[in-house]
Design a protein around this ligand. Structure first.
Ligand code: GLA
Length: 407
């Protein structure tokens, strides 16, 4: 993946990466200095649960992400460690495991396995072993795509250390297959695209039906993105997420019979749903209703963004949240309270849960300059209701995965 143009990493980022290099030496021992990579997370503003239904989405990469330090070994071992749990997992590159190994390591391991398959097709074996240390400043498992961040970052790092010469889209697809096939989450295409194709200062417009992308400028002088972490662990996220994917597939199988030419749920007209609703399982009809309206809302939000109308963008976000809560059933009381509280802040245009839901974070679109006021209101309301303070932070954009060389 090419280094993003005209991007200078902040002194704070360079310091974090230097500290990560120090931790690498503590973990893997002295020797040649490791190479350092940063891979952002993402926050999705519009198009909730649309990617696996062929709809459009509007995410952006954020300035929090995964740190990866890595250096070559003279043998064929891959030794992967995490700054979070000090566990070192050792893999023989000539005997890659066929099944999952442990929680976090499955993500990078899935990437290695996908790359091995990709190279095998061209008759190339995996190059030599590596010591790797993962870390970062992205809340894990909170709907900000820590999993795609680690997968795309690993693909970028391996491409570079192993000199594979793969292009950006190949790496994005390798990361996606790692999550889908090895880790086993039936995720859509949004997260690795949002990270791998990021451009700072822009929302990515990704049409998930034909995988086309466009960059829509985000008016950073007027708008801020505030992310509030409920701290609610998304215990059910993987199983319930897969269930939603399955329910949408079932709804489509029914509705396509009355919609010749439709290739995904995004293509079903509302009047077809209304005429079939009586004979459908009400849960499946609700899932389809969310998707059909959310597609329309996402096109509307795009127009509001291009017209410079954050008030109407915010309304779309509020409506999305309501639909995700009542029709798609992926919210929880903590997320609902934060969205409701944002509705009372004059500086907040709108809010919704982001990512898969079932806990995790809300994203709030805020007038630049009003962040502290909105933050204080959200904290006070949340604390009054749940007796603890949520983590509220302003996230800036990010230009995408890259190698970083500290001074
Ligand atoms: C998760 C998935 C994405 C997307 C969102 C919901 O983050 O990984 O592919 O489906 O949920 O919009």
């Amino acid at each position: 993946m090419e280094t993003p143009d005209r991007h200078t990493d902040s002194p704070a980022r360079l310091e974090q990466m230097a500290a990560h290099a120090t931790r690498f030496v503590e973990c893997h021992g002295p020797g040649q200095a490791p190479r350092l990579f940063f891979s952002p997370g993402r926050v999705n503003l519009f198009g909730g649960h649309l990617d696996y239904n062929g709809g459009p989405v509007m995410p952006t990469a954020i300035d929090r992400g995964t740190f990866i330090a890595s250096r070559s070994r003279s043998d064929r071992l891959l030794r992967m460690a995490s700054a979070f749990d000090h566990q070192v997992v050792e893999i023989d590159l000539d005997q890659l495991p066929a099944a999952r190994v442990s929680k976090w390591v499955d993500y990078p391991l899935g990437v290695v396995i996908e790359l091995a398959t990709h190279l095998e097709d061209s008759g190339v074996a995996l190059p030599g072993g590596l010591d790797v240390l993962y870390g970062g400043d992205l809340p894990i498992g909170s709907g900000l795509s820590s999993s795609a961040s680690i997968c795309v970052g690993t693909a970028v790092m391996l491409n570079s250390l192993w000199g594979l010469g793969l292009g950006k889209m190949d790496l994005v697809r390798v990361a996606l297959r790692a999550e889908r096939q090895f880790v086993g989450v039936h995720c859509g295409i949004m997260d690795p695209y949002a990270i791998g194709c990021a451009r700072a200062g822009h929302l990515l417009w990704l049409d998930c039906k034909d995988e086309t992308i466009e960059y829509l400028p985000m008016d950073g002088d007027r708008l801020s993105i505030l992310v509030t972490n409920t701290g609610v662990q998304r215990a059910l996220a993987a199983s319930e997420f897969n269930r939603r994917v399955d329910e949408c597939a079932q709804a489509f199988d029914i509705l396509r019979l009355a919609s010749p030419g439709a290739v995904c749920l995004r293509d079903i007209p509302l009047d077809v749903l209304e005429s079939e609703r009586g004979s459908m399982d009400p849960v499946l009809a609700n899932r389809a209703e969310h998707v059909i309206h959310e597609v329309r809302r996402t096109f509307e939000a795009r127009e509001h963004l291009l017209a410079g109308n954050p008030e109407l963008m915010g309304e779309c976000m509020n409506q999305t949240h309501e639909s995700l809560r009542s029709l798609y059933e992926v919210s929880c009381p903590e997320l609902d309270l934060l969205v409701e509280a944002a509705g009372h802040c004059p500086g907040a245009f709108g809010a919704r849960l982001t990512g898969a839901g079932f806990g995790g974070c809300t994203v709030t679109l805020v007038r630049r300059g009003d962040e502290h006021e909105v933050q204080a209101s959200l904290e006070a309301r949340f604390e009054g209701e749940f007796g603890r303070c949520p983590q509220v932070e302003v996230y800036e954009g990010d230009p995408g995965p890259r190698e970083i060389t500290p001074a």
